[in-house]
Design a binder for this molecule. Structure first.
Ligand code: F6R
Length: 246
């Protein structure tokens, strides 16, 4: 499977959001019931704002769209303000005509998390696979909660995020000790199975991870570098995030 990551460098994060939204608009034009795989975090927020704008001002409909999220904290209920379910509701779903029953996120309170992961993989298969995964990128090269060491064949599972990731995510919590130490995540293999991948990275703090992912060796040390094998993978970057590319 020959790929190579295709890179688009844009002026600023608004331009990144505009192009990311365009990818989604074009997909929905071809396939109104597309299956989108979505990230949480700061990076996709402007993209979600733009999708909400397109829905409110230009009639972009999500009434048939199905979504799956990449990950969720283990131990947080969907009503918890820091859960990824809450984030999606606040930033995207709550402003669209998407049907709540078409939005799938790991249940952070699942009694049997391993079973929840198997069920999530089955759900993805049942939906016919993911048309487009929208990803962010961790400063250590992680995608979803796939930390360094995650293999290209990894599937949905329970993980322990790296201390660096816990630290980065603690900015969203009143008390850093509240950040859950375990998460549920789709695997790198689950992501590679998607028909297309659009990764967003903005800001100088992502520049090193971007360079390792795009130009470094394919290595589990930088899970995002494993995307090099995908035949349809775009990185949309602002200038600071692209600064270390040769
Ligand atoms: C969250 C996710 C994570 C983030 C990454 C970057 O669903 O998939 O891998 O994309 O931690 O987070 P931000 O965008 O906050 O820098």
């Amino acid at each position: 499977m020959a790929g190579g990551i295709k890179v688009q460098i844009l002026d600023d994060e608004q331009a990144v959001a505009g192009l990311a939204a365009k990818f989604i608009v074009e997909l929905l034009r071809r396939r109104p019931d597309a299956v989108l795989g979505l990230a949480t975090g700061s990076t996709p927020e402007p993209t979600y704002d733009e999708l909400v704008r397109l829905h409110c001002e230009e009639g972009l409909s999500f009434s048939k769209v199905r979504t799956l999220n990449l990950d969720e904290y283990l131990g947080l209920d969907g009503d918890h303000e820091q859960s990824f379910r809450f984030f999606m509701q606040k930033h995207l779903f709550g402003h669209l005509d998407i049907r709540p029953w078409n939005t799938f996120i790991f249940d952070g309170m699942a009694r049997e998390p391993e079973q929840e992961c198997l069920a999530f993989e089955a759900k993805i298969r049942g939906l016919g696979g993911v048309d487009l995964w929208l990803l962010g990128l961790g400063g250590n090269g992680h995608i979803a909660f796939n930390e360094p060491g995650s293999t290209a064949g990894s599937r949905s599972r329970v993980v322990t995020p790296d201390p660096e990731t816990v630290e980065a995510n603690s900015r969203h919590f009143a008390d850093p000790r509240e950040v859950p130490r375990r998460g549920l995540t789709v695997g790198v293999g689950t992501i590679l199975d998607g028909r297309s991948i659009v990764l967003l990275a903005t800001g100088a703090h992502k520049a090193e991870a971007v360079a390792r992912a795009v130009e470094g060796p394919r290595s589990v040390d930088c899970p995002a570098s494993l995307l090099q094998d995908h035949p349809d993978c775009f990185f949309l970057l602002d200038r600071p995030a692209a600064a270390r590319l040769s």
